[in-house]
Ligand binder design. Structure first.
Ligand code: CP3
Length: 334
C-alpha cells in the first residue's frame, strides 16, 4: 500500500508522507524552460507529452509521495466553452459567461475538448517513478469555479459588485458545474487518478449564512460521488472559519488546512486525517527556520494521521533547494 493510502485508509500515524501543492510549477527552472516556449497555458495543459513531463519534474528532484497532474481548475469552464486565458503577472482572465452557450455543451463535447488531460493522467500514472505512489487528480469546488466564471478573474479580496444579483442564474450555473465536475472526476479516475483533491480556494469569501448553499451542499454531493467510485477525497476549503463544521457536514476522507488556522485547534477538534498547514512563505526564509517550522507541524500531528503539505501552493520565487530541505526534514523525522 502507498504511504499516503496507509495514512488515509489505515490511519497510520508512524509515517508522514509528503506532496506539495503547485509542486509542478514556476519555482522549477526546468518548468520555466518549457513554459518559455509555450506561452499559451491552456495549450500547454492540453499537450499530453509536455504536461506529463512537467507533472513528473518534481518527482525526479525530490522524494515526494504523489504526483499531482499538471492541469488547472479552470479547465472546467474551458471545457464548457467559456474563454479562459492566463495573462502574465495578472492571472486568469475569463470571457463573459453565456449560459445559453454553456447549456448547449453535452458530455461528449466537454470530454473531447479536454481529453488530453486524461491522456496525460494515463501516461503519468503508468510511469514506473510512481510505483507505490499516488496520482492525484483534482477539481475546483463548485463555489470557487462559480467565482471565476462570474467574476472573470481572481477576486483577490472582493467579488464583482452585484455578484449575487441573479440568484436563479447562479443556482442554474452551480448545477451545471456540479454535473460536469462529476464527469471530469470520473474521467480522471478511469485514467488512473487514485486520489481526488477538491480545491475551494475562495471558500473564505463567503459569510457563514451562505456556506450551506454555496459550499456544504455542492461539495457534499461531490464528496459522496468520489466516495461512490471508491477513491479517497481530500478537501481544501481555504480560509474557511470553521473547519470542524465543514468536516462534520461534508465528511471528506482528508481535510487540507490553510496556513491561517492554528494546527493545535485542528488536532483538538478534528478526528479525520489532516493534510498541510505550513505557510509557503516559510520556504522563502532560511533552512534553520524552515526545519524548525516543519518539525513544529510534525510534532503537533505526531499521533494523528497526517500528510505533510503546505497551507497553499508553493510560491514561484521559492528556491528549489528549500523544497529539498523541506522534503528531507519530513523524511528524516522520527
Ligand atoms: O502542481 C500542481 O499543483 C498541479 C497543477 C495546478 C495548477 N493550478 C497549475 C498552474 C493546480 C492543482 C492548480 C489549481 C488552481 N488553479 C487553483 C486552486 C489552488 C490555488 O492555488 O488556490 C486555482 C485557484 C487556479 C486558478 C489559477 N491558475 C490561477 C489563479 C493562476 C494564476 C496564479 C499564478 O500562480 O500565476 C493559475 C495559473 C497556473 N496554474 C500556473 C500553474 C503552474 C502558473 C502558470 C504560469 O504562468 O506558468
Amino acid at each position: 500500500m502507498s504511504p499516503i493510502n496507509k495514512v488515509i485508509i489505515n490511519k497510520e500515524t508512524t509515517i508522514s508522507p509528503i506532496w506539495i501543492m503547485r509542486q509542478a510549477g514556476r519555482y522549477l527552472p526546468e518548468f520555466r524552460e518549457i513554459r518559455k516556449e509555450n506561452t499559451d497555458f491552456i495549450k500547454l495543459c492540453l499537450n499530453q507529452d509536455l504536461s506529463s513531463v512537467i507533472t513528473l519534474q518534481p518527482l525526479k528532484r525530490f522524494e515526494l509521495d504523489a504526483a499531482i497532474i499538471f492541469s488547472d481548475i479552470l479547465m472546467l469552464p474551458y471545457g464548457l466553452g467559456q474563454k479562459v486565458e492566463f495573462e502574465r503577472n495578472f492571472g486568469p482572465k475569463l470571457g463573459e459567461l453565456n449560459i445559453n452557450e454553456i447549456i448547449k455543451t453535452d458530455e461528449i463535447d466537454f470530454v473531447e475538448k479536454i481529453y488530453n488531460v486524461y491522456k496525460a493522467i494515463k501516461k503519468v500514472s503508468s510511469d514506473p517513478i510512481l510505483n507505490n505512489k499516488n496520482t492525484i487528480g483534482f477539481v475546483g469546488a463548485p463555489w470557487t469555479l462559480l467565482v471565476y466564471m462570474i467574476n472573470q478573474q481572481s477576486p483577490k479580496k472582493k467579488l464583482k459588485e452585484n455578484f449575487f444579483k441573479d440568484n436563479f442564474l447562479i443556482n442554474r450555473i452551480l448545477l451545471i458545474i456540479e454535473k460536469f465536475l462529476k464527469i471530469h472526476i470520473k474521467q480522471q479516475i478511469e485514467s488512473g487518478a487514485n486520489i481526488i483533491q477538491i480545491f475551494d480556494s475562495w471558500a473564505g469569501l463567503l459569510d457563514e449564512k451562505d456556506l450551506p448553499n454555496y459550499i456544504y451542499t455542492p461539495t457534499l454531493n461531490l464528496v459522496n460521488y468520489v466516495k461512490s467510485l471508491n477513491v479517497p477525497v481530500i478537501c481544501f476549503p481555504r480560509d474557511i472559519k470553521n473547519y470542524k463544521e465543514f468536516c462534520d457536514i461534508v465528511k471528506p476522507d482528508v481535510i487540507s488546512i490553510d496556513y491561517n488556522v492554528n494546527p493545535k485547534n485542528i488536532i483538538k477538534n478534528i478526528k479525520i486525517p489532516v493534510q498541510g498547514g505550513l505557510d509557503p512563505k516559510i520556504l522563502l526564509t532560511d533552512k534553520e527556520t524552515l526545519k524548525k517550522e516543519t518539525i513544529k507541524y510534525l510534532e503537533i500531528f505526531k499521533d494523528h494521521p497526517y500528510i505533510f503539505n503546505l497551507g497553499h501552493g508553493v510560491l514561484p520565487e521559492t528556491n528549489p533547494e528549500m523544497v529539498k530541505c523541506l522534503v528531507q526534514t519530513v523524511k528524516e523525522y522520527k
